[in-house]
Design a protein around this ligand. Structure first.
Ligand SMILES: Cc1ncc(COP(=O)(O)O)c(C=O)c1O
Length: 292
């Protein structure tokens, strides 16, 4: 076998995702586009706002030299500063450009974060049902994803979490609003999660990092609030993108924010910036200025 046994196994186990996508195409042909709701790849059904198209056209017309060159691995400083300023109120913490790294979508953000954090054998807790790529992302960087069940209504089961935490736990990933369940964790749930992880970190004498993977953060309805984890937990890393909220998954615009009071915040930021380069993302695409 020319390719690795591990990748062969991963492809076999995840071939159903591609099959669902193909089945969606077949069903659309049979029953019409308007009658099939294809949620398989999470592609937005709406088009990006007009402002994005205008910004794209303006960027393409801009003849200033250097626009399409390499930028710093963390992204343009003015863009990072604008994101920090816009996010500070919702995070209830004063952020600066130094807390933000631009990345190739939330997927790129998750990969640079896990690469920066994980040593071989470190465990990453995820909650069922989860975005399946978490399994591969943890494995990419020598970690092991540990799936923890949720309650019947897909809310966090703190007893199950408590049972899964151990000395190898390096990080916990949450996703709210959640793909695939749609659950949005409440303020009380996030407070309780923060309490449990702080107690475990104190017991271990080292941080358990909480990664909040939130590309759906801005997509809530009927006044439902999706609080930012930074408000509740210092050892938190917030990852998001504009793949879903302004329907731009093809443009790979995302960012990672590290809580400024996070344990080892300085080395963590330096690691994220280095891993952007080391994983070959190099930097976020430059053409479209992000809209936050
Ligand atoms: C929960 C979750 N995280 C991350 C991603 C990756 O998003 P991006 O396109 O920003 O890389 C997705 C995409 O569907 C997702 O559903």
């Amino acid at each position: 076998m020319a390719i690795s046994q591990k990748v062969t196994g991963f492809m076999e186990n995840s071939s159903w995702i591609r099959k669902m996508f193909e089945e969606g195409i077949r069903l659309k042909k049979e029953f019409g586009e308007e009658n099939v709701f294809d949620l398989s790849l999470g592609n937005p059904v709406i088009e990006p706002p007009d402002e994005v198209r205008k910004a794209l056209i303006e960027s393409a017309r801009d003849e200033s030299p250097g626009l399409h060159r390499y930028m710093p691995n963390a992204g343009f400083a003015d863009v990072r500063a604008a994101i920090a300023e816009s996010l500070s109120p919702e995070c209830k913490v004063v952020l600066s450009a130094n807390d933000v790294v631009m990345v190739c979508g939330a997927a790129g953000g998750l990969n640079i974060t896990l690469k920066t954090l994980l040593d071989p054998g470190d465990e990453v807790i995820i909650f069922t049902p989860y975005f399946v790529e978490y399994l591969f992302y943890a494995d990419n960087h020598g970690g092991k994803a540990v799936a923890v069940p949720t309650l019947d209504d897909f809310r966090l089961d703190f007893e199950a979490l408590q049972n899964a935490l151990n000395e190898k736990t390096k990080a916990v990933i949450i996703n709210s609003p959640n793909n695939p369940t749609g659950v949005v964790y409440s303020r009380q749930e996030l407070q309780e999660l923060a309490r449990v992880l702080k107690a475990h970190s104190d017991k271990l004498g080292k941080a358990v990092y909480l990664i909040s993977d939130d590309p759906y953060k801005k997509i809530t309805f009927d006044g439902v609030e999706a609080p930012n984890i930074m408000e509740f937990y210092q050892n938190s890393i917030y990852i998001t993108s504009h793949s879903k909220d302004i329907a731009l998954p093809g443009e790979r615009i995302g960012f990672v924010v590290v809580h400024p009071q996070c344990e080892s915040a300085g080395p963590l930021m330096a690691g994220l910036i280095f891993c952007n380069r080391a994983l070959g993302f190099v930097k976020v695409p430059a053409l479209i200025p992000p809209v936050v």
